[in-house]
Design a protein around this ligand. Structure first.
Ligand SMILES: Cc1cc2nc3c(=O)[nH]c(=O)nc-3n(C[C@H](O)[C@H](O)[C@H](O)COP(=O)(O)OP(=O)(O)OC[C@H]3O[C@@H](n4cnc5c(N)ncnc54)[C@H](O)[C@@H]3O)c2cc1C
Length: 286
């Protein structure tokens, strides 16, 4: 297996083009190294994309733009996520307990893995777009369209994720993230993110509820029934419980980590937790 570490995008695209389907890009390598023999046995060339200048967070044109090789720790420590409508991204990272992984894993790597990861669930709730680059140019896909199934995404040979963009939510929006894992060092068994904008009278004007890690689809999903249960209503504990109950009805995966029945219960708890946090942040504006 050859290892390359290009310093500009053109060079990276040329390397990926030269090896075609037998090359892969890597960023933090936290997933790649753990699954090297099992999933990447036939890879001939690894193109490390960490030196391409894709590590940044900036607010531009009403969007939070996060470069693909920005580490989770970089997101957590940014001033842009310290408070306000984007703090949910720091809050999401804070739920990952392993410092070494936070320091190495990147947002691009998280996005490319549809499965037991946290950030795609939050990005789905926040209507994020994924910017994809290749020698042919760039294209943009919504987070919703990017994932195709468990460990499967819409990237074609030679393409890499270069940026993640999140539209700035309106003022009065609060976000909450809830998660269950078996141990502090394990992958998530269930996670949930809620984005909620409250009107002056405490009515939920806009609600997005996403659930990840638990789904039978293998990708994070938006739970329309739970969103509908809350939208346009004054939020109180009974309404939150109703929405959480609706979220628990999603089709959950059954595997060695947890049964579908248990996951379904935890989806309810994670959504309730995330919703309570979202309401609290929306009320205080932080
Ligand atoms: C013990 C452990 C616990 C963990 N717990 C959690 C957790 O609780 N929550 C959580 O969210 N994450 C967790 N993670 C991290 C998560 O499982 C992945 O390892 C991480 O998201 C991968 O990011 P990376 O940058 O290291 O990707 P890499 O390992 O570099 O790459 C992963 C895959 O994505 C592709 N890829 C990477 N970047 C790009 C790009 N820009 N464009 C195209 N393809 C790309 C690679 O080809 C590869 O297929 C944990 C990891 C470990 C090892």
């Amino acid at each position: 297996m050859e290892y390359y570490s290009p310093t500009d995008l053109k060079e990276a695209y040329a390397l990926l083009g030269r090896y075609g389907a037998s090359a892969i890009p890597v960023a933090g390598s936290t997933f790649f190294m753990g699954h090297r023999e099992e999933l990447f046995d036939e890879v001939e060339a690894v193109v490390d994309i960490k030196r391409l200048g894709l590590s940044y967070l900036r607010l531009e044109g009403g969007r939070l733009k996060i470069g693909a090789t920005t580490t989770l720790a970089g997101i957590q420590k940014s001033e842009l996520t310290a408070r306000g409508v984007f703090r949910i991204f720091a809050d999401t990272v804070s739920e990952l307990n392993i410092k070494e992984v936070r320091n190495m894993a990147t947002i691009g790597g998280e996005v490319c893995i549809a499965g037991e990861v946290d950030m795609p669930t939050t990005l789905l709730a926040y209507d994020a777009d994924i910017v994809i680059g290749s020698s042919k140019g760039t294209r943009v896909l919504s987070m919703q369209k990017f994932h195709r199934g468990y460990l499967n995404n819409a990237l074609e040979t030679g393409e890499i994720v270069i940026e993640v963009q999140v539209p700035q939510p309106r003022n009065g929006t609060g976000g909450g993230f809830g998660k269950f894992e078996r141990t502090a060092a394990d992958l998530p068994i269930v996670n949930a993110c809620v984005r909620m904008a409250l009107g002056k009278n405490g009515v939920a004007d806009e609600v997005a509820i996403a659930v990840g890690a638990a789904t039978a689809a293998g990708v994070p999903v938006r739970v329309a029934a739970a969103e509908k249960a809350v939208t346009g209503k004054k939020v109180d504990d009974a309404l939150i419980a109703e929405a959480a109950e609706a979220a628990g009805a999603i089709d959950c995966v059954d595997d060695f980590r947890a049964s579908a029945r248990l996951r379904s219960r935890w989806v309810r708890c994670a959504v309730e937790d995330a919703m309570k946090k979202a309401v609290a942040h929306a009320r205080t504006g932080d």
